[in-house]
Design a protein around this ligand. Sequence first.
Ligand SMILES: NC(=O)NCCC(=O)O
Length: 378
Amino acid sequence: MELESLESCLNKHVPADELKEAKRILYGPECKPLEITEDAGNVAAAADFEIAGFEMPLTSNPRKVKIGLIQNRIVESTNAPISNQVTALHNRVAEIAKAASLMDVNVLCMQEAWTMPFAFCTREKTPWTDFAESAENGLTTKFCQELAQKHNMVIVSPILERDEEHGGVLWNTAVVISNTGNVLGKSRKNHIPRVGDFNESTYYMEGNTGHKVFQTSFGRIGVNICYGRHHPLNWMMYGINGAEIVFNPSATVGALSEPMWSIEARCAAIANHYYTCAINRVGTESFSNEFTSGDGKPAHKDFGHFYGSSYVASPDGSRTPGLSRTRDGLLVASVDLNMCQQISDKWGFRMTARHEMYAKVLKKSTEPDFKRDIVYEK
Ligand SMILES: NC(=O)NCCC(=O)O
């Protein structure tokens, strides 16, 4: 049986008088519970998903924004007709987005490739490439444009993109939709995993949209998709472009990455003076045909367990508890964007970063005649 969450385990087993101090050390300055409105609670209960809300620490001069993160299982089996799978996921996300709207969420983000099973492990081209859609005018973008207008929310929608203008090639892309319903633009996944069952280079190449930051009515946002979270320079560039919130829509499994999950996005929030939002899907997805991991172990039909645990981290080092490891959920975090500037003024990592020094040596290190600066005893 899967553990429900780290927090449920701590709450159950750590004595009450020590729990507060343990959480301060683990999670930093306290995130206070945010009241779940009765209507939002009722939607979550009826549709059987977790809803959790937190108010993250505030500055003396707050500029508040509410972020919503959705994590979910796939709804239909992986061999159901594609349109049934996509429609079922649209319906599921519409339910959760309704609760987000009842919590006055301003910016909502879904998990990586949210309209499909995470089928890239199979390395089969069909039927999975048929899930790809145009970022600008595909069905899912139209669905999100309606949601954005209806709920007055910015929506970040990570999909498998088919780029019709360039020969129909595929990308792993997040579409950013303004609360007006207009498509603001798109951000493609920069770093493609080649680890374990994550064989995504079979489907698409490293992204070519750089580190775009989108000015929305609710702050400047960037999207660093999944495996990009292992790359500190990738995180850094969104900060250099002025991001105040960076979303990390992901799909990752326990055996591979769980000990890294709570650290990487949180470190990025601290190092770059912005909020980070780590989102992971939930559940175990099975496929009809066996696949191997190229490691001599027996062929198998599933990836293992996607462990959810979505959370938000603040530039002040605090973080929310994670959502469940097993259930669909909506995490609502009320954040204060002025924290980005105040923490930058306090810690001064931009001022002390010495980028000019690193820029030179980094450039040199990519050249074929580069020699490492190692000192040997004579
Ligand atoms: N989707 C994806 O890039 N997963 C790679 C595995 C990981 O980064 O944990």
